[in-house]
Design a protein around this ligand. Sequence first.
Ligand SMILES: [Zn+2]
Length: 283
Amino acid sequence: MGILSGMANLGLGNLANADIYASAEKDKATEADDKVAVVLEKDLIYDKSVECPVCGAKFSTKIMKSGKAKLLHADQDLRPVYEGIDATKYDVLMCTSCGNTGLTRFFPMMTSVQCKLIKENISKGVRIPTFSGETYSYDDAMIQYQLALACAVVKRAKNSEKAYICLKSAWLLRGYAEYLEQGGEFEGNLAAKLKELKANEEEYLLNAYNGFLEARQGESFPMCGMDEITIDFLVAVLATRFKKFDVAGKLVASILTSPSANARTKEKARELKEEILAGLKKK
Ligand SMILES: [Zn+2]
């Protein structure tokens, strides 16, 4: 199993065996063709009707068409990067009647106690945002992720669910910064905005790190659709980022000696080990 093997459980089975470090070489054929079609975000999504588990209302949401977008690569912390679309923008569902919001994979899974908590602590007070564009802007998506995190806190979701929302929020902010760096539409002080996005991404990643670290102690696997090796690798990547080299080192060592980790995962773990050693030298 590859480090993206958990993606199958995320409804992204097309990514399960994706070559996460696919080089640009494979794209040469496409580049050689002078009639390269521009992939438009609006063509990679569709409107879907979803029923809310809290209030029972049906609402329309924008969903990414599965298997249509081309995966370009994945970041070290597993963020998938597609051609023409940021998948993270379309992985959150918000009920336009009661405000109940969550990541797609967790959205239907609500206990009656959780429904009651959402009704009392979200639905009563929330001003539900509206989105009028053909696609979701990064700001549209960010509002939904913030609401999803608020709902997760209110419904006392597991640490892993909260950590996953934080991780995906960080991915979203990274995508936003990349979009702006590539000349995306923006009015105002670009340098200040990029600085803000990067600072917020770090904060979300730190929250994801702490949440997954907690979740590893008390929850069972698979977690958020990821198996133990995938979670360990992810936590090790985040630990390295935050210079928690002792934590990262232990996780990498366990991956390297694990009989269930495949060759590619071990290779990635060895690369991470080099980063940890380099980080320790700088300390
Ligand atoms: Zn609802």
